[in-house]
Design a protein around this ligand. Structure first.
Ligand SMILES: *Cc1c(COP(=O)(O)O)cnc(C)c1O
Length: 397
């Protein structure tokens, strides 16, 4: 069994992907070719924003967004304590200080009340200027943007949506437009970013990323920044930028993958998540999806009562040939790389606890019900052997 079965997906889409790659090679149009523009148009349309600017990867996408806003030295940027390292790394790379915010123990996304608290702490301290919030759509579920926007708005902060894992997720829009009354991940931030790393909900066959915004000025600036700060042309350079573009071959791979994603993959991943939910509810802590929210199920992450049980279950699954992953083993504030900014890091107890208790199970659009039954059977057997037949869900929360 694969954790995320990219070979099965390739088997399903092989003809289109192969012919796309062959076309780019025979056109010899490897950088900024026709497929890149086509993909940007389709992505912007799907997400429901005016502009999509593709780039080299999801980490560059975050850094480019912060560069476009001029975030840097002396600025505080609020980042969830429970996320992939890049969400905070980009902040440090532009010279700003990441301030880590605790998360909700069931949705795994940033806890708005702790955000408010951490902003207050920075203001009281007075050394840094609060500038932005990086809101992460962790494991596929959009963050709570209604509350985040309210808090950010009250303090004049920009919202940067890190949707590296969230592409395809959505929130019911209450009838104000969007995709069938829903707003898509990638449209919630003042600027939003995503990643096409192969294992993400929409992945390519290497590195890739994209930035979304409704703001014309920022979109133009991002387009300049990703190509060496270009002015009127590539050899007229008006600012210090980066070299961060999506290869044409990756765009050609993403075009048929985006079609499959829209046609059935997102639905199939949801169905798989529902199946896990039915089989595991009451046995372990299952991920909670907010009212009106839809996840793209980048991960299906359960909770056990503690590290011993989590590690024991992971070992048992491995014995049965079932892959699982711990996202994440360490809260951001405990990463050695952020050691120098520890002076602002009051505790994030929920994030810390989750690092000991979470386990992500195999999930992807091509997983079969039989494979999922095998995973759940192994979990139930492990629970039984440990004498927890009654289940862990209460103990786990
Ligand atoms: C994967 C990921 C990134 C970085 O994307 P890359 O394309 O690997 O650079 C950033 N943030 C989050 C939350 C991610 O999961």
């Amino acid at each position: 069994m694969q954790f995320r079965d990219l070979k099965r997906q390739y088997d399903a889409l092989k003809e289109e992907i192969d012919s796309g790659i062959a076309r780019v090679i025979s056109d010899a149009d490897f950088i900024s070719g026709r497929e890149v523009g086509e993909l940007e148009e389709q992505l912007a349309d799907y997400v429901g924003v005016r502009h999509c600017v593709t780039c080299g990867n999801g980490t560059d996408a975050l850094e480019l967004a912060l560069m476009a806003w001029g975030v840097g030295e002396g600025d505080a940027v609020f980042v969830p304590d429970f996320t992939f390292f890049a969400s905070g790394e980009a902040v440090s790379r532009v010279g700003a200080v990441p301030i880590f915010v605790d998360v909700d123990g069931e949705t795994y996304n940033v806890d708005p009340s702790d955000l408010e608290r951490k902003i207050g702490g920075v203001l009281a301290d007075g050394r840094l200027a609060p500038r932005a919030v990086v809101a992460v759509d962790l494991f596929g579920q959009p963050a709570d943007y209604r509350k985040i926007r309210e808090i950010a708005g009250g303090h004049g902060l920009l919202v940067l949506e890190d949707s590296a894992q969230g592409f395809g997720g959505s929130i019911a829009a209450g009838g104000d437009g969007g995709r069938a009354g829903r707003r898509m991940a990638g449209s919630f931030g003042d600027i939003a970013t995503t990643s096409f790393f192969p294992a993400k909900p929409l992945g390519c066959y290497g590195d890739g990323g994209a930035i979304f915004t409704d703001n014309d000025e920022w979109a133009a600036l991002l387009d300049s920044l990703r190509i060496h700060g270009k002015g009127s042309g590539k050899y007229d350079n008006v600012r210090i930028g980066m070299n961060s573009r999506l290869d044409t071959i990756q765009a050609a791979i993403l075009l048929p993958k985006l079609r499959a994603f829209r046609e059935h993959e997102l639905c199939d991943a949801s169905a798989a998540a529902e199946r896990y939910g039915r089989m595991l509810e009451g046995a372990v802590g299952i991920p909670s999806v907010g009212e009106g929210f839809e996840s793209s199920w980048a991960q299906y992450t359960i909770r056990l009562p503690g590290r011993r049980e989590r590690d024991g279950l992971q070992a048992r699954l491995a014995e049965r040939g079932i892959p699982s992953m711990v996202y994440y083993r360490k809260p951001m504030h405990a990463q050695a790389a952020f050691g120098g900014v520890a002076h602002f890091q009051a505790g994030c107890p929920v994030a810390e606890g989750l690092c000991d208790r979470v386990l992500s199970l195999p999930i992807h659009p091509y997983i079969t019900a039989e494979e999922q039954e095998m995973v759940c059977e192994c979990i139930r057997e492990y629970l039984g052997r440990q004498g927890w037949q009654g289940g862990w869900s209460d103990a786990a929360d």
